[in-house]
Design a protein around this ligand. Structure first.
Ligand code: UDP
Ligand code: MG
Length: 307
């Protein structure tokens, strides 16, 4: 099997038929063996029925709605192709762009991500995405413009050691780039949603931000959390101690009365926060050691050559 096309769908009854009708000729044209996997993420409309009418496809039915990331993970684990192609089930990612991704991949990439240069979404979504993308450039610089576009092609081995959780699907390139996979991008068309509704509200801003910090931390400090927590902890504690010392000297020289001053409190606060940070760092270090003891490694081997 060469290609596995994975599509998460949640209440997309009005889109599925056209989507499959457009994927099929595009994939047939490639003259390679392929499969289409729909993950029905607990849809409550006619999605399941629509899927029953299509063939040949694989359908993974979730018991309830678990979210797009979980659906992608399940679809990818089901995939048997050498490459996994993902796209949205709402026709916003035109399947006709798939050959473009494949073309780019052949230049030697492990992942090629679609870049929705001319994004067809509402104004607020545009704005949020702009902000998120500039922040991402600072925190996680994996070198692409648009990490949130589902239209992507991956070498399947990228997922050998990758479990997707939460809403982390927007940061898959960031995680893979950290593991040493080569990430490329190519401009793709983006269409407005014609049927059905978007599944995301603006509450995703905060979640996205937290996920981003999580990925940043994981990329940078997952194998040495004490460097971050211990380091900042020591800085805080030292600042607090120095302040206390200065205050004590000023008091002894009778240059300052501490009775009504806020500074002693601030010094003590700094010391306490510092100790807390350091202890958290020690705990994080223990937990990370546990994580990697589970047969995981903080590195990723591309191949082992025996001669
Ligand atoms: N989706 C899903 N489970 C969810 C939410 C969304 O499988 O809980 C699917 C949805 O059916 C669509 C894709 O993920 O195929 C992207 O969702 P949507 O178009 O609502 O996101 P937007 O384009 O508005 O960011
Ligand atoms: Mg959409």
């Amino acid at each position: 099997m060469k290609y596995s096309v994975v599509i998460p769908v949640y209440n997309e009854e009005a889109n599925i038929k056209e989507l499959f009708a457009r994927i099929k000729p595009t994939m047939d044209n490639l003259n390679e063996e392929y499969e289409v996997i729909f993950v029905n993420d607990g849809s409550t409309d006619g999605t399941r029925k629509m899927l029953e009418e299509l063939s040949p496809i694989t359908v993974v039915n979730f018991r309830k709605n678990f979210g797009q990331t979980a659906a992608l993970d399940a679809g990818i684990k089901q995939a048997t192709g050498e490459f996994v192609i993902t796209l949205d089930g709402d026709l916003q990612n035109p399947p006709e762009e798939i050959p473009k991704l494949i073309q780019k991949q052949k230049e030697g990439y492990d992942v090629v991500s679609g870049w929705r240069k001319n994004r067809q979404d509402t104004f607020d979504k545009h704005l949020i995405s702009r902000g998120a993308n500039s922040l991402r450039k600072i925190f996680i610089n994996e070198g692409i413009h648009d990490s949130g576009c589902t239209l992507k092609i991956y070498r399947r081995e990228c997922f050998a050691d990758l479990n997707l959780y939460g809403e982390i699907h927007r940061f898959i390139p960031g995680i893979l780039n950290w593991q040493g996979y080569k990430i490329g991008e190519v401009e793709v068309q983006h269409d407005p949603r014609k049927h059905g509704e978007t599944k995301y509200k603006s509450s995703r801003i905060l979640k996205g931000l937290v996920d981003m910090i999580g990925v940043w931390f994981w990329r940078k400090y997952s194998s040495r959390p004490l460097h971050l927590f211990g380091g900042t902890g020591i800085i805080f504690t030292m600042a607090g101690c120095i302040m206390l010392l200065v205050l004590a000297v000023l008091r002894i020289m009778k240059l300052m009365s501490l009775a009504e001053s806020i500074w002693p409190l601030i010094s003590i606060l700094l010391i306490l926060v510092g100790i807390q940070l350091f202890v958290s760092g020690l705990l994080a270090e223990i937990m990370v050691k546990n994580y990697y003891n589970n047969n995981r490694t903080p590195y990723n081997i591309k191949s082992v050559i025996k001669k």
